[in-house]
Unconditional design. Structure first.
Length: 216
C-alpha cells in the first residue's frame, strides 16, 4: 500500500514538474499559487461541512423508525429499537469516521513538520470532544470542530515550505502509515456513540432536562 501512494505522489510530482518546467518563471509561480489556493479552498470547504455535520447531536436525521408500519405495540417498539440501533450506533459512527479520516488526510497535506500519528490523535480528540459537546450545545460543538483545523491552517501559512506543490504531493507517502490505526479509532467512535446514546436515553426516559442543552 505504501508503494501505491508513493507511486501516486511521484507520478503527480513528475507531471507537475514536466508541465511547469517549460513555462517562464512568472507562470510557474502563478500555477503554484493557484494549486495552493485550490487546496486551501477544498480544505476550507471540508472543514465547513465537517463542523456543520459532526456538531449535530443527530448527525443523520434519517428517523428510520418512521418506516415501522406494524400496529402491534410490542413489535413496533422492538422494530423501532432495532432501527434506532442501526441509525445511531452503526450508520452514524461510520459517517463520523469518514469525516475523521478525511480531516486527518487533509491535515497531513496542509501541515509541515507534524508527524502523521500526531495529526491522527488531534483529529481523534476533536471528534471525541465535539461529539460529547454536541449533546448539550451545538454552537459550542461547532466552534470546537472548526477552531483547531482552521488554526492549523493559519499556522501552516507561516512555515517556509507551505507554498510548495512538491511538498503537498510528497505527503501522499505518509497516508499508508495511518491505515493500521484507523480501525482502532472506528471502534472508539462506535463505543463513544453507544455511551452517549445510553446517557441520552437515560435522561429522556426519566424526563430529565439538561439546562445546557441548546442549539445556540
Amino acid at each position: 500500500m505504501t508503494e501505491v501512494f508513493q507511486g501516486i505522489g511521484n507520478f503527480l510530482a513528475t507531471i507537475y514538474e514536466s508541465v511547469i518546467g517549460v513555462l517562464p518563471p512568472f507562470l510557474q509561480r502563478f500555477i503554484a499559487f493557484f494549486v495552493i489556493a485550490v487546496v486551501i479552498v477544498i480544505y476550507g470547504f471540508v472543514v465547513w461541512k465537517f463542523y456543520k455535520s459532526v456538531s449535530k447531536k443527530d448527525i443523520l436525521e434519517l428517523d428510520l423508525r418512521k418506516y415501522s408500519k406494524i400496529k402491534d405495540s410490542v413489535i413496533t417498539k422492538f422494530i423501532a429499537g432495532v432501527l434506532y440501533l442501526v441509525e445511531y450506533i452503526l450508520i452514524a459512527p461510520i459517517v463520523i469516521f469518514l469525516w475523521f479520516t478525511l480531516l486527518t488526510f487533509l491535515l497531513i497535506i496542509i501541515t509541515e513538520g507534524i508527524p502523521a500519528s500526531t495529526l491522527l490523535i488531534i483529529s481523534g480528540l476533536i471528534i471525541a470532544s465535539v461529539r460529547i459537546i454536541s449533546y448539550s450545545s451545538k454552537s459550542l460543538a461547532e466552534d470546537i470542530a472548526k477552531i483547531v483545523p482552521l488554526t492549523l491552517l493559519a499556522t501552516s501559512f507561516l512555515t517556509p515550505n507551505f507554498f510548495s506543490v512538491e511538498r503537498i504531493l510528497g505527503t501522499f507517502t505518509e497516508i499508508p502509515g495511518l491505515f493500521g490505526d484507523l480501525g482502532v479509532y472506528l471502534v472508539f467512535i462506535i463505543f463513544l456513540e453507544i455511551i452517549l446514546r445510553i446517557f441520552d436515553f437515560f435522561f429522556s426516559f426519566f424526563q430529565i432536562e439538561n439546562p445546557n442543552n441548546t442549539e445556540e
